[in-house]
Ligand binder design. Structure first.
Ligand SMILES: [Zn+2]
Length: 203
């Protein structure tokens, strides 16, 4: 099951690479194997040409890779999502221009998205009239500290679809590769719309 999922993730990584959403070897992607293990892309690999060999098995509880190879510096954010959301089986972390810039333009702790038909591409959203809150966390090179802040936030607030790291990018997830990919494409479209709207409309 997870082997098939990993194959689908590799295809999705190539798509992400082609979109320019993980430039200069940035970003990282993973799939869950089971309650204990996930497979995460190795540090410094170009997402446009990843293969299954470029993924490392990582312990979800400890962030350790038994192979001794170096998992991504942002491993702790993937394992956090798997710990917080047992239904999440795929995590995508990208450095898109829209996620990077919009998370800086929006100064508050939440980007509120409303008024867009495309909100309905996000699982469970029924109407453009609803507000979709996307949490923004200040970036931190200390991933353990950052993961702790996100975990604390998630104890008191809903954390749906994904979160933004300010000036850094987007992390999103899904129950399978198709759902994670749809949330990523949907959110990225909404971020692009919101960027354009803020350029032209000042209210
Ligand atoms: Zn990153």
């Amino acid at each position: 099951m997870w082997q098939e999922r990993l194959g689908q993730l590799v295809t999705t990584c190539h798509w992400i690479g082609a979109k320019g959403w993980a430039p200069a070897t940035g970003g990282n992607m993973s799939v869950r194997q089971d309650a204990q293990w996930c497979w995460l892309s190795e540090s410094g690999r170009d997402k446009g040409s990843l293969t299954g060999e470029d993924f490392l098995q990582v312990d979800i509880a400890t962030n350790q890779a038994p192979s001794g190879r170096k998992p991504s510096a942002e491993t702790g954010l993937h394992t956090l999502v798997y710990r917080l959301f047992p239904e999440a089986n795929v995590v995508l972390h990208v450095h898109t221009v829209n996620a990077t810039v919009l998370s800086r333009i929006e100064k508050s702790a939440t980007l509120n998205i409303s008024g867009y038909e495309m909100q309905k591409t996000l699982t469970g959203q029924q109407s453009h009239l609803d507000t979709v809150p996307i949490a923004i966390f200040d970036n931190d090179q200390d991933i353990d500290a950052l993961a702790k802040r996100i975990e604390q936030y998630a104890q008191d607030n809903p954390l749906n679809y994904g979160f933004l790291l300010r000036g850094h990018g987007l992390t999103c997830w899904g129950k399978d590769v198709n759902e994670a990919r749809r949330q990523l494409e949907g959110l990225e479209f909404l971020f692009e719309c919101e960027m354009q709207r803020r350029l032209y409309q000042r209210d």
